[in-house]
Design a protein around this ligand. Structure first.
Ligand code: G3I
Length: 302
């Protein structure tokens, strides 16, 4: 196959990109998007600050543009993200009363997930809840006011709102099996599966340094999959876009049957949140980089 999406589809997987609604008018950008990728994640447009900037006032302009582009072009759509401590409006951050915050959180999840019901393959229900370097949850208004049970509550509410969507927990720096954060996330998923809390997938963001994925990455994917969840690479980018790092990351996914797809976090280097590191598969002129060829070759079985 000659495109990333078609090559990934040979093994039933998707190959997606994070998309910014504001760039959909750039024809070079949409040409690459439409040709190469068969899944889309909204880079910012489905986050809380974009969708509910003030309490009970929902604004779906950017999110709808992305969802419409996906539908019109036959792309799958990942939902990102319902509950996250960042890009969270201050009106939520300032709530100190548990009953109020519980109602606000559940109303947000229900309203956003219901609007896109039937269109989302996988939702990142909760994003980045673990603290760096530990097995514990990070401080946030959700943890501090509702306690650690906020994650379970969010997943139950999301399931009720969109029963067909796969529900993921998504985080970064959880790719190394030996990292404390990975072990904390593993304990959470194991506990959810044991108690019947609805979780279907784990997203590994995979924002890597120039060394690429840790040597244990495939082991990590395998061990999570063994708990009975799908695993996905949700925000891949690698400083300098080394061919080996990209090839190893894609190979790790292909070697794990329950690794269902890969998303890169942007299209051209100029679109990246870390654009100074040139971490993506296309350069600023929209040309394929060596890392693109390496990824395509691995997807094609090379
Ligand atoms: O919305 C404002 C806009 O009104 C204003 O004109 C503009 C001027 O700077 O800023 C806009 O907000 C920016 C937003 O992106 C939308 O472009 C924020 O300043 C900027 O901080 C924000 O960055 C995003 C970042 O998440 C925020 O945490 C990045 O684009 C996005 O790539 C990044 O994505 C995250 C994932 O969601 C979760 N995992 C980590 C990943 C990388 O940080």
């Amino acid at each position: 196959e000659t495109t990333l999406g078609a090559a990934a589809a040979q093994s039933g997987r998707y190959f997606g990109a994070a998309v910014a609604a504001g760039r959909l008018g750039d024809s070079q950008y949409t040409t690459i998007l439409n040709r190469e990728f068969n899944s889309i994640t909204a880079e910012n447009e489905m986050k809380w600050d974009a969708t509910e900037p003030s309490r009970g006032t929902f604004t779906f302009g950017g999110a709808d543009r992305i969802a419409n582009h996906a539908r019109a072009n036959g792309k799958r759509l990942r939902g990102h993200t319902l509950v996250w401590h960042s890009q969270l409006p201050t009106w939520v951050r300032d709530i100190r009363d548990a009953a109020t915050l519980r109602s606000v959180m559940n109303n947000h999840i229900t309203t956003v997930a219901t609007r896109y019901r039937g269109q989302i393959d996988s939702w990142d229900v909760v994003n980045e809840a673990f603290a760096d370097g530990t097995t514990q949850l990070r401080p946030s208004v959700f943890r501090d006011v509702l306690g650690s049970g906020f994650i379970e509550e969010a997943f139950r509410t999301a399931r009720a709102a969109d029963p067909a969507a796969k529900l993921c927990y998504n985080d970064y720096s959880v790719e190394d099996w030996n990292a404390a954060k990975t072990q904390g996330m593993y304990a959470l998923v194991r506990d959810f599966k044991a108690r019947g809390v609805p979780i279907d997938c784990v997203g590994f963001q995979a924002h890597f340094g120039s060394g690429g994925p840790p040597a244990t990455f495939q082991t990590t994917l395998t061990n999570f999959a063994a708990l009975g969840v799908d695993v996905q690479i949700t925000e891949l980018d690698i400083a300098g876009a080394p061919t080996t790092g990209y090839a190893n990351t894609v190979r790790a996914c292909l070697n794990v049957p329950r690794c269902t797809g890969i998303t890169v976090w942007g299209i051209r280097d100029s679109d990246s949140w870390r654009s100074g590191e040139n971490p993506l598969l296309f350069d600023r002129s929209g040309n394929k980089k060596p890392a693109y060829d390496a990824v395509l070759s691995v997807l094609n079985g090379g």
